[in-house]
Design a protein around this ligand. Structure first.
Ligand SMILES: [Cu+2]
Length: 467
């Protein structure tokens, strides 16, 4: 009892220190969407942080949990935030089943604090706690990650941000966000990512979350926003923001002089890099995603036979006689997948390839995709913790209210396309059927009352010839 009481008091003290309001801090606290910021305590003018590296269960998105290796139960680990000139001490306790070491990626420090197991220090054996201590001589977006059995440990999630603020910043940042990029291979139905996979990943994440599991980012119109991206994965990513042009203002090497910054809309990151971009927010709901086409998508997007333009009718009929409910897909593209994903059960513990809904229907994305919401009524969050508590799902903070007349729409009244609707190529009336429930038939387009899927016009069957 006494011990737990002491523990609670200590916990309360560290939390109350950590929860210092934004106005009391000499910087705008960085928000790590879906993540957290590491608490510290002051000991003789040293900021003391504690990291425990250990196996954990991590939810990538609702419906999918993986066996990850984490810092303080999270991947990415909590964001370490400090100020140029600070003396920091970071205690690392190893609760993994094997030795580890932590590298402070991009941080300028004494060689013996650099955290490369075997080169700069002894490996931290399981059960032991090592202290790293150094003075921060620079500012910028840096990272930390495991530097012992890297392929496995980083492949399972041992990475995080180490953000050092300047003592004084010229242009105040109103909203500051950090997103760690990563890619994974998790066999559908399995729980443990396969760290041996070199190139053919099937899950792509922002802060180890895949859309629709990614929290949106938010700002008010006119606010100065900084997005910090970090990457210690295995692939290459090109992060694209809609509705804005931004400037890359800093790399892991420091600030880029203003004369050398150029405007763009996509920032590319290779493994080991960080990039900070800045811009003034414009109202709207804007997509923020990796532009590699498979990366804003979940598992199953690859190794699927190409069916675009292939008439699968005969095949579908034949397979349906053996396997009722079989659907041939992809003939007209993969949009129909976004509808199936709503009601069809996929394999256990994996994510539909395209998912998530918005104010106008299915968004049909996954992986490295999130929404950047710029609304007049976005709250001012007192702490990063407050943000993470209140903003988790794509629909949180509501959707943008478009001014009248500014949304793309059909040129036809009430969306009625005045073509040969209801009439097939031969002039016969078209019958609309549910792809799942063949007994649901209608002479008008609509949705199935049983499952809500859009009814599809039934093809006019050709005479079958048997020889
Ligand atoms: Cu990518």
């Amino acid at each position: 009892m006494k011990r737990s009481a002491t523990f609670l008091i200590l916990l309360f003290l560290s939390i109350s220190f950590f929860s210092a309001k934004a106005e009391e801090l000499p910087y705008t606290p960085v928000i790590t969407p879906n993540g957290s910021t590491l608490a510290w305590k002051m000991e003789n003018r040293v900021k003391v942080f504690e990291l425990i590296v250990e196996p954990c269960k991590h939810e990538m998105a609702p419906g999918m949990v993986i066996n990850a290796w984490c810092y303080n139960g999270q991947t990415p680990g909590p964001t370490i935030e400090a100020v140029e000139g600070d003396r920091v001490r970071i205690l690392v306790e190893n609760k993994l089943p094997e030795p580890t070491a932590v590298h402070w990626h991009g941080v300028l420090l004494p060689s013996g604090m650099d955290g490369v197991g075997g080169l700069s220090q002894r490996h931290i054996p399981p059960g032991d706690t090592f202290a790293y201590e150094f003075t921060l001589k620079q500012y910028g977006t840096q990272m930390y990650h495991s530097h012992g059995d890297e392929m496995v440990q980083m492949g399972l999630g041992t990475m995080g941000f180490f953000i050092i603020h300047p003592k004084k910043r010229e242009k105040k940042i109103d909203r500051d966000y950090a997103i760690m990029l990563n890619e994974w291979f998790v066999e559908p139905g399995a729980m443990t990512p396969n760290p041996n996979v070199m190139t053919d990943f099937n899950l792509f994440t922002f802060n180890s979350r895949a859309f629709p599991g990614t929290a949106p980012l938010a700002a008010r119109p006119g606010e100065r926003v900084r997005l910090r991206f970090g990457h210690v994965g295995q692939d290459f990513h090109a992060i694209h923001l809609h509705g804005h042009t931004f400037k890359t203002v800093a790399t892991d090497g420091g600030d880029i002089p203003e004369s050398a910054q150029w405007p763009e809309t996509t920032v590319a990151l290779g493994p080991g890099q960080t990039r900070d971009v800045e811009f003034i927010a414009t109202e709207g709901d804007w997509a923020l995603h990796c532009h590699l086409r498979h990366h804003p998508m979940n598992a199953m997007g690859h190794e699927v036979p190409l069916m675009l333009g292939v008439n699968q009718e005969g095949v579908e009929d034949q397979i349906q006689s053996q396997l009722p409910g079989y659907m041939a897909m992809g003939e007209k593209g993969m949009h129909e997948h976004t509808e199936h994903a709503k009601h069809m059960k996929g394999p256990e513990n994996t994510l539909p390839m395209m998912a998530g809904g918005g104010p106008f229907g299915p968004i049909g994305m996954g992986g490295m995709f999130t929404v950047f919401k710029v609304h007049e009524d976005i709250p001012r969050f007192a702490t990063a913790e407050d943000y993470s508590k209140r903003v988790q799902a794509p629909e949180d903070l509501g959707w943008y209210k478009n001014p009248p007349g500014t949304v793309a729409e059909s040129i036809y009244k009430e969306g009625k396309i005045p073509s040969k609707e209801g009439v097939g190529p031969s002039g016969k009336p078209v019958v609309y059927v549910c792809p799942m429930h063949s007994d649901v038939r209608s002479n008008k387009p609509g949705v199935c009352p049983k499952c809500g899927m859009t009814l599809e016009p039934q093809r006019e069957k050709k005479e079958m010839h048997h020889h």
